[in-house]
Design a protein around this ligand. Structure first.
Ligand SMILES: [Zn+2]
Ligand SMILES: [Zn+2]
Length: 592
């Protein structure tokens, strides 16, 4: 009952001083399927940006973007378009794009004529004592592999059987083929469970280059490649699956593979509004990303459903809370309680693509970053359960743990779960890596995470209102305090890391990659204190280009490399530092 009254109190305060505003209406509006899941590159997200700017204006916020506007523009790669030509030719027969062949989004462009080898499921998995490449020469070849992994739908499989392991990912298979010297990979669905299925156009597998030609093909194409080998694809699959033993071999006919893909680019924008404080040399940033996954794609957990992922919790909830706080603070300022700091309200774009909007903001800030004393982030705050609110980043400045618990005791009395770390898969990371103290609010993961079922009817509006109330109180407390002192926070295995798909698998090096670098190696924003990378002498600013013999061009290569090595193993890492290459040796650890 108490909490219910608290929510009413906030509504009353806002209604008395500020513009009329409803958190619930805002979430429903942002999460309307007509706004296309607010995917970068859609018209829907542009409508959302225009709406947010008009709301900020209506509430009395000043423009905080570029050139006197509420916007900060940027251009990003959003995906790929299939070009012409794309085809596979075997023994003079041309299999066309569409019904027989589809390029994979991370393919390079070009034509390749080469011998073909069949490499089973294309998997090298020492942990499962299984290697399709054992004794197979894939050098300068096109590799034909099946999708998924041995023993699909077989719960007695050495692999999981019920769900695919990361070895089944197309990207993993492609990098594995490339690391075995292959120049091209063609992927076919095994006939055992997927006979006659049509093939998907590129999209869900991402578009950062895999470093080789890559295409999906149908079973008739595979049949043409198997012709004359004395075996069919179905027999080869049976031979592998029945004993979980590879059955790789050279195939009789060479093939000619052609792929043409165009990377698509799109404009997108952060929406920024501000309230000028009494001391304009001091800034507090409060942010929430307003983009989501659009129609699905690589980060979707329901990638086969090409429907708007409306992201009501992720992150219409945080965006609606951001506006609620903006409205409240604008009303306070109007009523004579002008804040000490400039308050900058950021609705970030491109978070789901890898913190694109917030990285752009911190790399090219609309006001000097040195003036930013703290950043408060909200991401997925609409599903309060059991009164439990997670607050991350309390280790990033002196006094944060006390500040947070004192504000909580005076306001909402949540059951707070705090964690120290300032890094995590949301926009506060972009600030923390620039040494800005951060706090991040989160009501927890759920089964609708990154699925089309993350809808507005499942939001707890009462809870969301309370989170906004709490966040506003944190902001006002920060505003009343001297500049907090930045701290290097302890890494922790938080629940956010888990929902982002990290943790628990493969070896640990303790690096903090800069997700903005998309090719030419993996740029490190920093290294975890006390982790294997730090012990090996890696530094923020290093670009990892080779890892234990594996070429590292992008984050996928790097993830593959870490997954393919075991804790305790010593590895040679080549980094580019100040224009020169340097070799370092690290002993891999286990994830904390
Ligand atoms: Zn999010
Ligand atoms: Zn998300």
């Amino acid at each position: 009952m108490r909490t219910w009254l608290c929510g009413l109190f906030l509504v009353a305060v806002v209604a008395r001083g500020g513009a009329p505003y409803s958190i619930e209406t805002t979430v429903k509006r942002l999460a309307d399927p007509r706004w296309e899941g607010r995917g970068v590159g859609t018209a829907g997200i542009d409508s959302a940006a225009a709406f947010l700017a008009s709301e900020m204006k209506r509430m009395g916020l000043e423009p905080g973007g570029e050139g006197g506007t509420y916007f900060q523009d940027m251009e990003v790669t959003t995906g790929v378009k299939v070009g012409d030509p794309c085809a596979v030719e075997v023994k003079g027969k041309r299999f066309p794009l569409g019904e027989s062949v589809q390029p994979i989004g991370f393919s390079t462009n070009g034509t390749l004529e080469a011998p073909v080898v069949f490499a089973g499921y294309g998997i090298t998995a020492p942990g499962f004592d299984y290697d399709d490449y054992a004794g197979l020469d894939a050098h300068d070849k096109i590799v034909l592999v099946m999708s998924n992994e041995p023993g699909e739908m077989d719960s007695t499989s050495r692999f999981d059987g019920n769900v695919n392991t990361p070895h089944a990912e197309l990207r993993t298979k492609a990098i594995n083929a490339r690391e075995h010297g292959a120049l091209g990979i063609v992927v076919v669905d095994g006939p055992r469970y997927h006979a006659g299925e049509s093939i998907r156009p590129p999209g869900s597998e991402g578009y950062m280059s895999g470093g080789l030609l890559a295409a999906r093909v149908t079973q008739p194409v595979a049949a043409a490649l198997f012709d004359g080998s004395g075996m069919t694809l179905a027999q080869a699959q049976e031979a592998i699956d029945s004993r979980t033993r590879p059955h790789s071999m050279a195939l009789p006919s060479p093939a000619r593979l052609t792929v043409t893909l165009q990377r698509t680019r799109a404009h997108t924008r952060n929406v920024v509004g501000m309230i000028t404080g009494r001391d304009t040399s001091r800034t507090l940033v409060i942010g929430a990303h307003y983009d989501h996954l659009g129609y699905g794609g690589e980060s979707s957990l329901a990638p086969d459903q090409h429907v708007p992922h409306v992201g009501a919790d992720d992150n219409a909830s945080g965006t609606a809370a951001l506006l609620a706080i903006a409205n409240q603070e604008a009303a306070r300022a109007k009523a004579g309680k002008r804040p000490t700091h400039d308050l900058v309200f950021c609705a970030f774009t491109g978070e789901e693509m890898g913190l694109v909007g917030s990285s752009h903001f911190t790399d090219d800030p609309t006001r000097p970053l040195e003036t930013v004393e703290s950043m408060l982030n909200m991401d997925m705050v609409g599903r309060l359960r059991n009164n439990k609110l997670m607050v991350m980043g309390v280790g990033t400045a002196t006094g944060f743990p006390e500040l947070v618990s004192r504000v909580n005791a005076k306001t909402e009395r949540f059951d707070l779960k705090t964690s120290s770390d300032g890094y995590g898969p949301s926009d506060h990371s972009s600030f923390y890596k620039k040494k800005v103290p951060v706090l991040m609010l989160f009501t927890g993961a759920h089964e609708d995470y990154h699925k089309p079922s993350d809808t507005a009817d499942k939001i707890d509006y009462q809870g969301l209102t309370r989170v906004a109330h709490f966040a506003a109180a944190v902001l006002e407390t920060l505003d009343a305090r001297p500049r907090p002192t930045y701290l290097v926070a302890q890494a922790d295995s938080g629940s956010l890391g888990r929902i982002a798909g990290g943790g628990g698998y493969g070896a640990y090096l303790g690096t903090i990659p800069d997700y903005m670098q998309t090719q030419g190696g993996v740029l490190l924003s920093g290294v975890r204190s006390g982790g294997p990378a730090e012990k090996a002498g890696l530094l923020g600013g290093d670009v990892i280009v080779k890892f234990d013999g594996i070429q590292i061009d992008n984050i996928y290569d790097y993830t593959f490399a870490l997954r393919s090595r075991k804790p305790g193993q010593a590895v040679r890492i080549t980094v580019k530092r100040a224009g020169a290459e340097k070799d370092l040796v690290a002993t891999l650890g286990r994830r904390p």
